[in-house]
Write a protein that binds this ligand. Structure first.
Ligand code: P71
Length: 459
């Protein structure tokens, strides 16, 4: 087996260090067994996230030199606006410093005290907290298949139209703030939504006069899966597919730190003029003037170019296949992973990996810590620690998916490094019975996974 062919060559490299066993054991203990609390200098291969961790191209770096740092009306803003209009097809653009800046704006614009329900195809941590901080709720309307790691549905990110309609009917349409559709659903394992599903969600929402807001963060990777898997799209260009996808929404929020191959940036884009006008007013309060929204001119230029580069089908093919390469090696080692292999990482099924560790001892957290200790590879817990407590009862919620995300930055690591990662995980799998679990000794109130601390349980 060999990895996918890279459609680029490497012009600049960054040194990384592999700490020895003793250093790794000490580093993860000091970090409270939370990979978010490690120093990146202690990490050999950093697969915590694909967010803001991409390697930019020569073309993007050249763009940085063309930054127009005018407070108002930067040339780079107009370039960005044009890229978004052409690649995604939205009319209006409001830049923000990153995705959650745009989430903040859209939640403030559309959530009202008695109109605060936001159905979504699975939650994402930052998206959910913005809704909850405004007193709202985010019920899950993803298809059941998405909660089953073994199910090989090709569009596991799809919305279950019956679930969505029941939520509308049970609560009353007047309570629904908007319907939120995520592309390539992160928490489900990077699983795409089909064009057919988007079209049907639009029809349903039209019949109830509801707005649809996309979380288009990983939409280019979603478009690639549509081209690969959905009838009628194999000959279409990624940009054409994206334009059709976005036409089914009223607006989107977008974290550019993923598919746009930049280290920082985001935006809200809209076809709905009212949403745009409110966002343009509010961005000035929370982010910066509406022609920079928290980004510098040079950041906007890199983003504008990255959005276009990220839709190059040869690049996307390499990207998705590098993730698959890692997943297929792991499958060969019988390591339990979420299937089908998604866009931006491999998701390890911690419940199958550690059937002997009770949920109260945080199997995913334990696995992420164990992988670091084994090999200085950093991954991320995506299970009950991330899910948090029920805001009403205060009880821990134990979601069906208890995962560790092995997230692949774009254009950063070689296929040989993927093989090292696979070996490391295999080594942990072989000694899984010796690993006992963790207890939480410090729990922050909001988004606890970022700063929670743990200790090893001794039995
Ligand atoms: C990821 C991130 C970054 C992250 C966020 C929270 C905890 C740990 C890491 C960010 C997303 C995302 C989706 C679908 C909105 C955001 C927020 N993902 N929607 O996966 O995946 O964007 O980070 O630019 O503010 O590691 P932002």
């Amino acid at each position: 087996m060999s990895g996918p062919k890279e459609p680029f060559k490497i012009k600049m490299v960054e040194r990384v260090r592999l700490p020895n066993q003793e250093q790794r054991t000490e580093a993860i203990r000091k970090a409270g067994y939370n990979t978010f609390l490690l120093n990146s200098d202690d990490v050999y291969i950093d697969l915590l996230t694909d967010s803001g961790t991409s390697a930019m191209s020569d073309n993007q770096w050249a763009g940085l030199m063309l930054g127009d740092e005018a407070y108002a009306g930067s040339r780079n803003f107009y370039n960005l606006e044009k890229s978004i209009q052409e690649v995604l097809g939205y009319k209006y653009v409001v830049p923000t410093h990153q995705g959650r800046g745009a989430e903040h704006l859209i939640s403030r614009i559309l959530i009202k005290p008695k109109k605060n329900i936001v159905p979504r195809n699975m939650y994402f941590t930052t998206s959910k907290i913005h809704v909850e901080l405004l007193g709202g709720e985010m019920p899950d309307v993803i298809i059941d298949e998405a909660h089953d790691p073994e199910n090989e549905h090709p569009f596991k990110g799809n919305i279950d139209l019956d679930k969505l309609e029941s939520i509308i009917i049970e609560n009353g349409v007047e309570k629904i703030a908007y319907v939120n559709v995520e592309m390539n659903v992160n928490m489900a394992g990077g699983q795409p939504v089909s064009m057919e599903n988007l079209r049907k969600v639009r029809e349903l929402c039209n019949s109830y006069n509801l707005k649809i807001i996309f979380d288009a963060t990983r939409s280019s990777e979603n478009a690639y899966f549509i081209k690969e898997r959905e009838k009628g799209y194999s000959d279409k260009r990624i940009e054409e597919i994206l334009n059709e996808m976005m036409s089914y929404s009223d607006a989107c929020i977008y974290s550019a730190k993923k598919d746009c191959l930049v280290n920082i940036g985001g935006f809200l884009a809209a076809n709905d003029k009212e949403i745009y006008e409110r966002a343009r007013n509010l961005v000035v309060v929370y982010e910066g003037l509406h022609t920079y929204g928290g980004m510098s001119g040079r950041d906007m230029e890199a983003l504008s170019r990255g959005l276009r580069e990220g839709t190059d089908v040869r690049y996307l093919e390499y990207r998705i296949n590098q993730v698959r390469y890692l997943g297929e090696i792991l499958t060969g080692y019988n390591v339990p992973i979420v299937k089908p292999i998604g866009s931006h990482g491999i998701f390890l099924d911690a419940l199958k990996f550690f059937p002997h560790i009770p949920r109260e001892l945080w199997p995913s957290q334990t696995l992420a810590a164990a992988i670091y200790e084994e090999s200085a590879v950093r991954t991320m817990e995506r299970g009950a620690v991330s899910k948090g407590r029920d805001p009403k009862t205060g009880e821990n919620i134990f979601p069906k998916l208890e995962l560790v995300r092995v997230t692949i930055p774009r254009r950063v690591y070689t296929n040989t490094q993927m093989e090292y990662v696979a070996e490391s995980i295999k080594n942990v799998y072989e000694k899984r019975e010796q690993i006992k679990g963790l207890k939480m000794v410090y729990e922050p109130k909001d988004l606890r996974f970022f700063q929670a601390e743990f200790e090893k349980v001794i039995c």
